[in-house]
Design a protein around this ligand. Structure first.
Ligand SMILES: Cc1cc2nc3c(=O)[nH]c(=O)nc-3n(C[C@H](O)[C@H](O)[C@H](O)COP(=O)(O)O)c2cc1C
Length: 255
């Protein structure tokens, strides 16, 4: 069967949260970022920016804003993947056009940031680096924006800690949901997912037990139910709108 080094790399993926003290050279980081910039992008808009943070003081503050996630501070390089409409607004102004700013441009910029972020992670892993994405950048998006000097119409969609994996702390791969729950052929298969979810709970519980972790709730669905039993980041919409994203508007209101 034909395979490829890229597929082998993707099949080896694990999130890394412990790094050695070794830095990443600017040369290597530039190589990874330039390759990632070849990622596809909606209508060639390139509606993202990446802020590279190496300053220990800034990483420390970001770690606090991310709920005291120590890897944000200990990684040699932290990358903030921003959804960015600021530059597009400037481009429109060059032509005396008022930029559309609505849910669709919010989604476009967030997808663009996500795609380039995933490319950075894959490129970094191909060089032997490890990474953890940091969604907790959305805990306090206003404070994060201030710290990184983001202009209006830019928010950090997620961050990424990059570094050399601490060899003795590379975790085993986390089991994924059964393939037939997430891959559908031709049409969405709406068959009751619960038996396969319960089977996945058992597999994931065995994984956690093998790591010496106690499991007090059903390993997958229990955590999902706990996390989704309350509104997630209920202030986010209002904050993003204050930052210039016109998510609930029709598209022409000032952003
Ligand atoms: C958008 C996004 C945000 C994430 N945010 C965090 C985070 O804030 N902290 C963290 O430790 N891991 C974070 N992760 C990593 C996930 O927890 C991890 O990918 C998942 O548990 C699967 O584990 P694996 O990547 O090792 O297979 C994030 C992943 C993604 C895709």
């Amino acid at each position: 069967m034909k395979t490829s080094p890229t597929l082998a790399l993707q099949n080896r993926h694990v999130t890394i949260r412990s790094f050695t003290s070794q830095g990443i050279t600017d040369e290597m980081l530039t190589q990874i970022l330039e390759a990632a910039r070849r990622s596809p992008t909606s209508s060639n808009m390139q509606a993202y920016s990446i802020v590279v943070v190496k300053n220990p003081d800034v990483k420390r503050e970001l770690a606090v804003l991310a709920g005291n996630q120590k890897h944000v501070e200990s990684c040699p390089a932290f990358l903030a993947f921003c959804a960015d409409l600021h530059r597009l607004n400037s481009a429109c102004e060059l032509h005396d056009v008022e930029m559309t700013n609505n849910l669709e441009t919010f989604i476009i910029s967030t997808i663009d940031a996500s795609l380039v972020g995933m490319s950075v992670q894959t490129g970094a892993e191909s060089m032997g680096l490890g990474a953890v994405m940091i969604g907790a950048m959305r805990n306090h998006p206003g404070e994060v924006a201030k710290l990184l000097g983001l202009p209006e119409n830019v928010y950090v969609s997620f961050g990424m800690c990059l570094g050399w994996p601490a060899r003795d702390q590379i975790p085993p791969q986390k089991p994924r949901l059964p393939s037939n729950l997430v891959i559908h052929q031709e049409k969405y298969d709406s068959a009751d997912p619960q038996p396969r979810i319960e089977s996945h709970n058992r597999e994931l519980a065995r994984h956690y037990v093998s790591l010496g972790k106690n499991q007090h709730v059903a390993a997958w669905s229990g955590v999902i139910a706990r996390n989704l039993s309350r509104p997630l980041r209920p202030d986010l919409l209002a904050t993003l709108e204050e930052m210039g994203f016109n998510i609930s508007g029709q598209g022409r209101e000032a952003g």
